[in-house]
Design a protein around this ligand. Structure first.
Ligand code: DC
Length: 222
């Protein structure tokens, strides 16, 4: 049977960096489920729909295909109708669209089988918001990763600046706070730790320290 490690937590807690590195170290596949919601957010944006326009977005799901693939470096690629949109989904605007579409139950149901299927066929480290609670409730290891909003906004800001984007720290911080609130207050699969999750706070730590801490936790429990 395949082994699954679930990493949940708010945006910018370091989930993807930690999960990517840990997956490489342990020989697991890293699955970033946020990319799936982002692809749906992008599809809605391209059609000119608001992120909460259920009446348009639900029928759209019958017309689009969202797939995950892996390149030669074993990095995840997300395909929207066969187009590699992995780069296009990493903007602040698509972050907000993804958060909005992710509150629509039909969107979550649409992505559920794809996520479970990945975990059944591979040893995975899967990151998201509801992996330990809904997608993979039987995951062998569940980690809930958190950090203060200011610390997460600073990391996201540095990341976007490094990519050459023109963004303001204050805007990123208010996006982080708004997205935390939306993600943890929605009716369906809200962001919350599973009862059996290991709680880890990465505030004030550099990512290397957090990565080492998490890999040690995983190794000791596998
Ligand atoms: O991890 P991320 O920032 O790329 O996720 C984008 C949005 O998708 C996030 O605001 C909430 C949503 N999401 C979700 O609801 N469930 C997941 N498993 C992953 C992401």
């Amino acid at each position: 049977m395949a082994t699954a490690i679930a990493i949940d937590g708010p945006a910018g807690a370091g989930k993807s960096t930690i999960a990517r590195f840990a997956a490489k170290t342990l020989g697991f596949i890293y699955v970033d489920t946020g990319a799936l919601y982002r692809a749906i957010g992008l599809s809605a944006q391209r059609r000119g729909y608001a992120g909460d326009d259920k009446a348009s977005i639900i029928p759209m799901l019958n017309e689009i295909k969202v797939e995950l693939a892996f390149n030669q470096a074993h990095e995840q690629i997300v395909l929207l109708d066969g187009e590699d949109v992995s780069g296009l989904i990493r903007t602040p605007e698509i972050s907000m669209m993804a958060s909005a579409v992710s509150a629509i139950p039909e969107v979550r149901a649409f992505l559920l089988d794809l996520q479970r299927d990945m975990a059944h066929r591979n040893n995975v480290i899967m990151d998201g918001r509801d992996i330990g609670t809904v997608v993979l409730p039987d995951a062998q290891i569940k980690i809930f990763l958190s950090a203060s909003p200011e610390c997460r906004a600073r990391r996201r800001y540095d990341e976007l600046i490094e990519k050459g984007m023109d963004v303001k720290y204050e805007d990123i911080l208010s996006d982080v706070i708004a997205r935390d609130y939306a993600d943890s207050h929605r009716d369906i699969a809200p962001l919350k730790p599973a009862d059996d999750a290991i709680m880890v706070d990465t505030s004030g730590e550099d990512l290397e320290t957090s990565v080492n801490k998490l890999v040690n936790i995983m190794r000791s429990r596998l």
